[in-house]
Design a protein around this ligand. Structure first.
Ligand SMILES: [Mn+2]
Length: 469
């Protein structure tokens, strides 16, 4: 039984306004060849198939074309939802794709039996049982209780994720036993594989990884995973093992989604199970678009540009994409033009130009010169928050409260913004900042979930209430 583990395709990504269409197209064609070469029985995409909840048509076309091309190859496809994926977009073609040997698990919400999949090998025997776990949204596994502290919530979420894995793992064992009984095999010879789209503790991220606001959970303890034979993870774009264990891995993204991902070799992971043995082989993904980061002062940048083999080998139709980091003492207003002049007549395009001051205030100026497109939503919000004068805001608010007790804010917001002390202090404004930041994170999480998800939630809570009656 051979499985190919990949994740974080981010189809439809717009990279400094550049489309990744031809790279994704080339990657999917390459992937099909690998499926043939290695006689792969199942391809697992561990989340973030698409870059956004509203992928452009060409991205959906690539996805559908890939599934079409897999037909006749005796290879099962399992697509898991990631934090970038819209649950409803993935679900819209799910019922059709199941007739094409493709399983789509967009969220944990729904029938859990659907999330335990018997994967078949080329001779139609069950070769592995998959616990298909997508990105877990807190609202799908948690019922929030009033009066819970941030620590309580984090703990509850960690526990809920762990329980979800444990539940699916038990179902997988049960399915394995019944299959083994029918086929007179030893149950233990059928491996169990699990997936996930989350940050497992102790991993290094890259710039293009959007923080997952799973409530306040920053990372999931790898000790919470069930004792599966292999755990195929997504979300982190650099390929890596988790907690030094061979069988818990991030395959990483197949194409570099940010310039800082250039220094790691992109890969997909082939996992082969043969009579109780697991062989894990990373397969390097070729680079389909020349990209380079060039750093230094103006003189060394000029030298690097002139000696770059990537630039020398590039063509007019497929220029090298460059990130240039200029170290400079002084503020040059014509920096852009100077760099542009160095590239005159060369097949290279600057996608990102960074200015780095070589001085003690380096980190400060780096922050100052960052582009809006480089910042996460949270960073923009925090920068804006830093401009607020909370002490005077606090005074204004308390005056306003005295004058008009009925505000049209949501009750939750009023409660959370209410200062603990009646007189504003430094501590209360710091608290207030922390609470606003927390509320903001929650709001972002809510925005990421779409309307259909909310409908599902409403329906479920209705059903829960019915049941309680
Ligand atoms: Mn991702």
């Amino acid at each position: 039984m051979k499985i190919l583990h990949t994740s974080d395709w981010h189809l439809g990504q717009s990279f400094f306004t550049k489309s990744r269409k031809h790279e994704h197209d080339a990657f999917l064609k390459w992937l099909l060849k690998e499926v043939d070469t290695h006689a792969i029985d199942a391809v697992i995409v561990a989340g973030d198939v698409f870059d956004t909840g509203t992928p452009p048509s060409y991205a959906r076309e690539l996805y559908h074309a890939f599934i079409g091309a897999l037909q006749g190859r005796q290879c099962t496809l399992v697509v898991l939802g990631g934090n970038h994926d819209s649950v409803s977009v993935l679900n819209e073609s799910k019922s059709l794709l199941k007739y094409l040997n493709s399983h789509v698990i967009a969220s944990t919400f729904g029938d859990s039996a659907e999330q335990v999949i018997a994967l078949k090998n080329s001779i139609h025997e069950v070769g592995a049982i998959l616990c298909a776990v997508p990105f877990i949204r807190p609202k799908d596994v948690l019922v929030s209780t009033a009066g819970q502290s941030a620590i309580d919530k984090r703990h509850a979420l960690g526990e809920a994720i762990k329980q979800h894995y444990a539940m699916l793992y038990q179902q997988a064992i049960a399915l394995r036993n019944s299959i083994a009984a029918q086929t007179q095999q030893q149950a233990e010879t059928i491996p169990i594989v699990a997936t996930g789209h989350l940050t497992a503790l102790g991993v290094s991220q890259s710039e293009s990884v959007r923080d997952i606001y799973i409530g306040t959970l920053e990372g999931f303890d790898a000790g919470g995973f069930p004792p599966a034979d292999y755990i195929a993870l997504g979300h982190i774009h650099r390929p890596q093992k988790v907690a030094k264990t061979e069988h818990i891995r991030y395959s990483g993204s197949p194409i570099p989604l940010s310039f800082d991902e250039l220094n790691t070799q992109k890969q997909v992971v082939m996992v082969e199970f043969t009579s109780g043995q697991t062989a894990i082989t990373p397969i390097s993904v070729p680079r389909f678009q020349a990209m380079e980061v060039i750093k230094g002062d103006l003189a060394s940048i000029e030298l690097a540009i002139n000696s770059s083999s990537a630039i020398a080998n590039a063509t007019e139709f497929s220029p090298v994409w460059l990130c240039i980091e200029v170290e400079t003492q002084d503020y040059l207003t014509d920096l852009q033009q100077r760099i542009q002049a160095l590239l005159e007549g060369k097949n290279a395009e600057i996608l990102q130009l960074k200015r780095v001051r070589k001085s003690a205030t380096k980190s400060l100026s780096e922050t100052k010169n960052r582009q809006l497109s480089e910042l996460s939503v949270k960073e923009v919000f925090e920068a804006r928050l830093a401009l607020e004068d909370f002490d005077s805001l606090e005074r204004d608010n308390s005056l306003e409260r005295d004058n008009s007790p009925e505000q049209d804010n949501s009750p939750e917001l009023i409660e959370s913004l209410e200062p603990d002390e009646s007189t504003p202090t430094q501590a209360s404004s710091t608290n207030r900042k922390a609470r606003i930041t927390h509320l903001f994170s929650e709001a972002v999480e809510r925005v990421h979930a779409n309307d259909e998800d909310n409908d599902a939630l409403v329906n479920r809570s209705k059903a829960d209430k019915e049941q309680a009656k």
